[in-house]
Design a protein around this ligand. Structure first.
Ligand SMILES: [Zn+2]
Length: 132
């Protein structure tokens, strides 16, 4: 587990999160993740700390509203979301792409699990993943 510093593009939103990138990351084919090119990792609430920018966050929900996606009001980047699932409980979905001090080697080594969020089928990867 390593403590990473993360931010949106304009730095209004800043956070730290304790993450083991070797534990994996996720890419999803749902209508939302596809549009924002989401690459996320699951972080337990006790391992996430918002350092700055709470008032600069805008929130978006859609569909079953299982996840609250947070965006910077200024630059539009989504640093994290907060979700709840029966399997994981409450968790943060932190955008791996917002981790400022993750090395390229760490990012390349992070395993990626592809999930079929489009069909709410979380146990079987989508048939096609190269475009995600
Ligand atoms: Zn920003």
């Amino acid at each position: 587990m390593k403590t990473y510093h993360g931010s949106c593009h304009c730095q209004a939103i800043r956070f730290t999160a304790d993450i083991d990138l070797a534990d994996g990351s996720m890419r999803c084919n749902c209508s939302f993740c596809r549009k924002i090119r989401c690459w996320a990792t699951v972080v337990k609430p006790e391992n996430f700390r918002l350092l700055a920018g709470e008032a600069e966050l805008s929130e978006y929900q859609f569909g079953a509203k299982n996840e609250r996606h947070f965006f910077c009001k200024h630059c539009g980047v989504r640093p994290f979301g907060i979700a709840h699932s029966p399997r994981r409980g409450r968790f943060y979905g932190v955008s791996v792409s917002c981790l400022d001090d993750a090395t390229i080697a760490e990012l390349m080594a992070a395993p990626v699990t592809y999930v079929d969020g489009l069909n709410d089928n979380w146990d079987t990867p989508p048939a096609e993943t190269a475009y995600l």
